[in-house]
Design a protein around this ligand. Sequence first.
Ligand SMILES: [Zn+2]
Length: 190
Amino acid sequence: MAKPTKADAEAAIRVLIEWAGDDPHREGLLDTPARVARSYRELFAGYTANPRDYLMRTFEEVGGYDELVVLRNIRLVSFCEHHMLPVIGHAHVGYLPTNRVVGISKLARVVNGFARRLQIQEKLTAEIAEAIQEILQPQGVGVVIEAEHSCMTLRGVNTLGSTLTTSRLLGVIRDDPRTREEFLSLVRGA
Ligand SMILES: [Zn+2]
């Protein structure tokens, strides 16, 4: 299937403006299709990223460090694949290194690389955890995501302020009760 052109995308956005009930030819809306098409490049940048690459390029020897590494409150912006509406929240990512660690900014980039696509939160959570497991091969990985789904808070049942929490725990973070509890308390900020 041929990739649509920018003109195709802009035409589709004009159709959606009409579908919403407005006139795409009125002055205030003339440049909107082009702006929306451009903003899609950024909002869906995950499709041109390979998040595994961020982890592969930058590992360092761990130098005897054998405790949990946890990055909390990574800002998360994604889009639900059922309604194409924003999913906004935070991810908490941790792992227990075996012999490699990555720069913490790389963990945030991995989260972004998977988030900036059409997603479901459960799958997003699993994809982040599995990429870290696969590339760094740590003793365990934990990913917790808390996010608000616009498709629930802006429409439908209108459950303003409710958030969905998902988690994916692998290895010792799943299986060893002490490590699991330590991870979860670090995530809670205790
Ligand atoms: Zn939705």
